[in-house]
Ligand binder design. Structure first.
Ligand code: PMP
Length: 423
């Protein structure tokens, strides 16, 4: 753990069984002190973007205040310190997901860019007419649209794993879809729209038997449970710092070194080269080969502080706390007349999508904002998943480690208020 993280750690990680001190966690989030429409903020929109603890805010501002300079190749002290901060963050983030090597961790703008990178730099050169890519119906648009674009560019076909009415993958259909034509399977670890936790290790094992590489979209998993890319057995893992209590505009792609080495560069420019001449250019080895241009240096530093902070809490304790919160919150929400939960998988993470009979989700969201409650309404960038339930939209309460059972009481009150307004 970095010094910054140690300063803010709530309970020593050496005691993994101690429950989280949520009041102490909340005290680390300055934004939770503010009011919204004169009411205390109840933030149930962590799946869209988490709030940031002081450890992250101060890591970013501290970087700008004391170390700011461009990285790599600088001979002056600030540049060396900035490089150490950037590369140090890479080392800790790689460790966070149990990557075998820090050089396998490529910084990107986030999950979306990581997936586009794999589509263009890994798969595009291998793909042609007759080839197939498989994704599921519960994917975020960022794990659909890059593949659709790639299919248009190459003549390949996108196939879709159906989902059940509980919001789980139809695993028999998946089995049938994984034919020799499939060149990549893209699957979400935890659905941002339904909360479903997919059995990614089993899916990767099945795909591996058939020689099919798997990309896992880990945007909603990395903040909420321990992620071990080696145990999952995937070929690509993508995640975003801003869902993990870190800054926006930074995220990562993990892939094994041999895969990264065999891939084409994604973008050309400075930083990604070893030698440039008009006769030809030699690329830098990974991860530099995929990080053209000046990167989001302060973002990486903040990302490193965010994973330190999460490690300080202990991912297993975070997962256990959020599971209890999800169960208690679900029970409370079901007391609201006419409330229906969309996505009732056996294994769920902290996302509760719901509808209220006869009331449009946007009205729900707008009204409860005046109770200080922030939820998200709409299709959650997963239109096909929501359309499966014959709905244009849902309301979604999503959890972070700072939420409490009492906040669900505020949400339930607010929803009962909505009910009354609509008679
Ligand atoms: N996948 C999932 C499951 C997500 O929840 C999100 C963000 N809502 C993304 C991908 C895209 O992440 P980003 O916008 O950070 O690139």
């Amino acid at each position: 753990m970095s010094e910054d993280a140690a300063q803010y750690a709530v309970t020593p990680v050496t005691d993994p069984d101690a429950p989280l001190d949520v009041a102490a966690i909340r005290a680390q989030f300055p934004i939770l002190e503010r009011q919204v429409h004169g009411k205390p903020l109840v933030y149930f929109d962590t799946a869209a973007s988490a709030q940031r603890p002081r450890a992250v805010i101060e890591a970013v501002s501290g970087f700008y205040e004391t170390k700011n300079a461009n990285i790599h190749r600088g001979v002056h002290l600030l540049s060396q310190e900035a490089t150490d901060a950037y590369e140090g963050a890479r080392t800790r983030i790689a460790k966070f997901i149990n990557a075998p090597s820090r050089d396998e961790l490529v910084f990107t703008r986030g999950t979306t860019e990581s997936i586009n990178l794999v589509a263009q730099a890994y798969l595009r050169p291998k793909l042609g007419p007759g080839d197939e890519i498989v994704v599921s119906r519960m994917e975020h648009h960022s794990n659909i649209v890059p593949w659709q674009m790639l299919c248009e560019q190459t003549g390949a076909t996108l196939k879709v794993i159906p989902i059940t009415d509980t919001g789980e993958l139809d695993l028999d259909a998946l089995d049938d879809l994984l034919t020799p034509n499939v060149k990549l399977l893209g699957i979400v670890h935890v659905s941002n729209a339904l909360g479903t936790v997919n059995p990614v290790a089993e899916i990767c094992a099945l795909a591996r038997e058939r020689g099919i590489p798997v990309l896992v979209d880990g945007a909603q998993a990395a903040p909420h449970q321990r992620v071990d890319v080696q145990a999952i057995g995937c070929d690509f893992y993508c995640f975003s710092a801003h869902k993990m209590y870190g800054p926006t505009g930074i995220g990562a792609l993990w892939a094994p070194m041999a895969t990264l080495e065999a891939m084409e560069p994604y973008q050309g420019g400075g930083e990604m080269i070893r030698k440039v001449s008009f006769e030809g250019t030699e690329y830098a080895p990974p991860p530099g080969k995929f990080e053209a241009g000046t990167p989001n240096i302060a973002g990486a530093v903040g990302f490193g502080a965010a994973v330190d902070w999460l490690e300080g809490l202990g991912l297993d304790r975070v997962a256990a706390y959020e599971a209890r919160l999800l169960a208690a919150g679900t029970e409370k929400l079901l007391t609201v007349p006419g409330l229906r939960i969309v996505g009732t998988a056996k294994r769920k993470a902290g996302v509760i999508s719901f509808t209220l009979d006869g009331i449009h989700p946007h009205d729900i969201g707008t009204i409860i904002d005046h109770y200080g409650v922030a939820i998200r309404t709409g299709h959650h960038c997963a239109m096909p998943a929501i359309a499966h339930f014959n709905l244009p939209a849902t309301a979604r309460a999503s959890l972070g480690v700072y939420n409490t059972v009492e906040e669900f009481d505020v949400l339930v009150d607010a929803l009962n208020g909505v009910r009354e307004m609509f008679g």
